[in-house]
Design a protein around this ligand. Structure first.
Ligand code: ZN
Length: 114
């Protein structure tokens, strides 16, 4: 992914996917502060709600005693796997389309005295 400020390679998809890097990042080349685009925030919101729905449904199924604890674990694992199988490729496409906007310009580099 290229920095929208200096155009240098700023972050890999793996790094971007970890923790809150997708939401705030400082470019190691130009020090510009970068933030998530609306598309990234929307995707994260949809992914989060889908996760809650899948997890909630599995727990509800367990609570209504139609599945055992072992089946609950299995259902949660399958749900997570399905979410990742859908989420990772979609995330990759969003990442490729440019996931950042410049939040703050880098500080001016001080002029070297001549
Ligand atoms: Zn940069």
């Amino acid at each position: 992914m290229h920095c929208p400020h200096c155009d240098a390679e700023t972050i890999s998809f793996t790094e971007w996917s970890i923790g809150l890097n997708a939401f705030r990042w400082r470019c190691p080349h130009c020090e510009a502060r970068l933030g998530a685009t609306t598309r990234v925030k929307l995707f994260a919101a949809v992914f989060f709600v889908a996760g809650l729905a899948v997890g909630g449904y599995a727990v509800w199924e367990y609570a209504s005693e139609s599945v055992s604890k072992g089946e609950l674990r299995l259902n949660l694992l399958i749900g997570l796997a399905v979410l990742l199988m859908i989420g990772l490729p979609v995330g990759r496409v969003i990442f490729g389309g440019g996931p950042y906007r410049v939040v703050e310009q880098p500080p001016e580099t001080p002029d070297t005295p001549e």
